[in-house]
Design a protein around this ligand. Structure first.
Ligand code: HEC
Length: 203
């Protein structure tokens, strides 16, 4: 601090009327007026306090506005409802006969194959053999005549939707109903069955 800053401030006569008072202290040679805060500033300050109380009461305590979590949950539920409706409609018309017909339909087969490659081939191999370069993959072969859970298209449909029925065994097939729509499950099941022959029509 220089000497000049220590000097006693010039005494200021008490103002009359509205004039601002110059306060007596000096910091680093700086004096300050004792001003009233401007009204516009005070208004924003009081408004912020009122806003806080309202917001805190309505949003956090009153639950008047739904938050992001609630909105997302509601939307997901709506999507799930649509899927469930689709499933109900699909299951009402879907049976082994329909899926055997689909398994012979090149368009359905193509779409089913795309889903198979994306999701199933990791465990069941692209050629359905459940083997990669001779090494066994986690899934079961889907192109042989041995079926652990049934040899009909609807067995495959159920297996893909729900996954392994026995939830205690070490290696399981995961359920796909949360990932694939019912029609996608139907198409991928049809693709799997396209590697098998439909039962001969009874004469
Ligand atoms: C994470 C690996 C994995 C993926 C991915 C997977 N599976 Fe499986 N899958 C398995 C396993 C493991 C089993 C045997 C389950 C058991 O024994 O309970 C199995 C069993 C099956 C069966 C029953 C076979 C039988 O002999 O009865 C079918 C059908 C099947 N999977 C189809 C599919 C289809 C279609 C997909 C794609 C939508 C798929 N899987 C994706 C691991 C997988």
């Amino acid at each position: 601090m220089s000497d000049s800053t220590r000097s006693t401030p010039t005494p200021v006569p008490r103002p009359t009327g509205d004039e601002p008072v110059l306060r007596t202290h000096v910091f680093d040679g700086i004096q300050e007026f004792d001003q009233r805060l401007p009204n516009w500033w005070l208004m924003t300050f009081y408004f912020a306090i009122v806003w806080f109380v309202l917001y805190w009461t309505l949003y956090y305590q009153g639950g008047f506005f739904s938050d992001d979590h609630d909105r997302v949950t509601t939307e997901l539920k709506a999507i799930q409802d649509v899927k469930n409706k689709e499933l109900e409609k699909m299951l009402a018309t879907l049976d082994n006969k329909v899926l055997w017909t689909w398994s012979q339909d090149p368009v359905v087969k193509n779409e089913g194959q795309a889903i198979y490659t994306r999701i199933c081939s990791a465990c069941h191999a692209a050629d359905l053999s459940a083997k990669l370069g001779g090494a066994p993959l986690p899934g079961l072969p889907l192109n042989d005549q041995e079926w652990k859970y049934g040899n009909q298209p609807m067995d495959v449909f159920r297996m893909v939707s729900k996954g392994s029925p026995d939830k205690t065994q070490a290696i399981q097939m995961p359920p796909w109903e949360a990932v694939l729509s019912p029609s996608e499950i139907a198409k991928v099941s049809a693709y799997v069955m396209s590697h098998h022959s439909p039962p001969a029509a009874p004469n």
